[in-house]
Design a protein around this ligand. Sequence first.
Ligand SMILES: [Zn+2]
Length: 86
Amino acid sequence: MDREGVETAVFDATGSAEGEQCPRCGSEATVTWHFAEGFDELECRTCGWLSDEEELAALHRFGGELLEEDETAGSPVNRTGRRITA
Ligand SMILES: [Zn+2]
């Protein structure tokens, strides 16, 4: 168990300096991360801003809505434990 933080390394990303402007401090010393999954993130080398943080916050809000919706959905789950064998 000598590896730390491996749980964050689930995405395959390539970073490149494309001069995108940081929305927080306006610096152009940023790195744009292109993820193999098909989305981009912006990281600011000046103030440390990460577009990922906003997306995570949005995900948390969205997740809360999903949980509420799931409670009211009340879809029955088959827990009889029976298995269908071919
Ligand atoms: Zn910045």
